[in-house]
Design a protein around this ligand. Structure first.
Ligand code: F0G
Length: 456
């Protein structure tokens, strides 16, 4: 039998009510929030697509695993279980738990970087970039040209431009302590990186003697894209593909809030003994002892179980298809998005939809705010507000002005997604009435989280 309907590969045991609000209530809430959806109270949001990070639903097996948590300060049984799952998946010798991905980034970059150095990547995510810039170093984005054109369809738009990487290594190699690849490429639209491309990066790293680190937050989604899109990979399991991805690298940073299927947690893993020692010493300073790294024993249990569930094929088939389902609906209605659909999110192309709003008047904020006011949906701007502030304080348009609708894992059903599509299509119809914004106040680092805006 070959049924066409791809169903949620779970049934629901526990539910959480969502609150319906009126349009005037949402307008008032947004005004109080300085027109920044990060400042809203979550209960005033109907469908929350701000992020797929830490917002997933844990399985009954994960909730059960919480009770197995060993809360010993040192040498906890839960640590050894966590370590063995991470080692089995990644093959890395040293597994260092952290409270989330950015802690792993901070520890890695603070351990390896000296001012003036350069980290190449396909695209750095905001916290990765910030953790490099805070060390007075450069985060250099080297995604392939196709990855910068939202409407262009390419199976692996997250791939690294190997010629550009080679140029960086040739010209600035003495300033490059390591190379990173983000799988999937969040800032570039949740787009995957092919195995062939990771092998190409590996070969360049070998030639120039540089370690390669994966930003592995969404490694399982990337592995599934490889399975369905890369020639010769279709008969392999997602886990086997993921293991090969990790085998090509020397280490990784990981936020377990994404493909760890957990609400909190992360890790830093690597093979280099000396680097691991430096990292563990930093970990003790700010996160905790190396067998818990800022997490409870029960968190380590939930992550260990989550890392096993996330590579199951029925889960990944549903995950990738349900995101694509939203993308297909919007495309059919003529709403511009990054094509093809990403793994964890659909990215609306605000710059294309709202040509009357110049990038420095933040079309992504205009669209995000309209989605909230009209439909109670919370997305997030990934554009000029997030990436447009240079370290010297000047402002420049981001590479793109996108609104990301990130889908929490195992949380929303198909009818929720139908509603999101209807809401986004309705807002796209109102495009001519939308206006830009200006920033009233903002910090100098990661300004998008707390900035206040005023409508123009
Ligand atoms: N790297 C990537 C590619 C990410 O997407 C994130 C987080 C991090 C690193 C940092 O991990 O949040 O656990 O500290 N992305 C979330 C998002 C916040 O909404 O995309 P973290």
């Amino acid at each position: 039998m070959n049924f066409r309907t791809i169903i949620e590969p779970f049934r629901i045991k526990s539910v959480e009510s969502v609150k319906f609000t009126r349009r005037e209530e949402r307008e008032a809430a947004l005004q109080d929030a300085g027109f920044n959806v990060f400042r809203l109270r979550a209960e005033d949001v109907l469908i929350d697509l701000l992020t797929d990070s830490g917002t997933g639903a844990m399985s009954a097996a994960q909730w059960g695993a919480l009770m197995q948590g060993d809360e010993s300060y040192a040498g906890s049984r839960s640590f050894y279980r966590f370590e063995s799952v991470v080692r089995d998946l990644t093959g890395f010798t040293h597994v260092i738990p952290t409270h989330q991905g950015r802690a792993a980034e901070r520890i890695l970059f603070h351990s390896v970087l000296k001012p003036g150095q350069v980290i190449p990547n396909n695209n750095h995510f905001d916290t990765t970039r910030a953790n490099i810039e805070v060390e007075q170093c450069e985060a250099r984005d080297l995604v392939i040209a196709e990855g910068r054109v939202p409407a262009l369809v390419h199976p692996f738009k997250g791939n690294v431009d190997l010629a550009a990487l080679e140029k960086t290594l040739r010209e600035d190699g003495d300033r490059v302590p390591l190379v990173m690849v983000t799988v999937t490429n969040n800032s570039g639209g949740g787009q995957p990186v092919s195995l062939e491309n990771i092998r190409g990066v590996r070969a360049l790293c070998d030639r120039y003697r540089k370690p390669l680190f994966l930003d592995a937050c969404r490694f399982a989604e990337n592995a599934y894209f490889i399975k369905i899109r890369e020639a010769g990979q279709e008969d392999r399991t997602p886990k086997a593909i993921a293991q090969e991805m990790f085998s090509l690298a020397d280490g990784c940073t990981m936020s377990a809030k994404k493909d760890g299927l957990a609400n909190i947690g992360g890790f830093l893993a690597m093979n280099d003994d000396r680097l691991a020692e430096t990292a563990r010493n930093l970990l003790i300073l700010t996160e905790g002892f190396p067998t818990y790294g800022g997490l409870a024993g029960y968190d380590l249990e939930a992550i260990a179980r989550g890392l096993e569930e996330v590579v199951e094929e029925p889960y990944l088939r549903y995950r990738i298809r349900s995101t694509e389902y939203l993308g297909d609906k919007l495309t059919a209605a003529g709403v511009p998005t990054i094509r093809p659909s990403g793994g964890h999110a659909i990215y609306l192309d605000a710059r294309a939809l709202l040509p009357q709003i110049p990038p420095l008047q933040y079309p992504g904020i205009a669209l995000t705010n309209a989605l909230y006011v009209e439909a109670g949906i919370r997305g997030v701007e990934i554009g000029t507000v997030m990436f447009g502030l240079r370290p010297d304080g000047s402002e420049t348009p981001g590479a793109m002005d996108l609104v990301r609708l990130a889908i929490p894992r195992r949380v929303y059903t198909q009818s929720h997604i139908d509603y999101v599509a209807e809401g986004a299509i309705e807002v796209a119809r109102l495009k001519e009435s939308l206006r830009g914004y200006r920033i009233v106040s903002a910090p100098t680092v990661l300004r998008h989280f707390t900035a206040r805006f005023e409508q123009l």
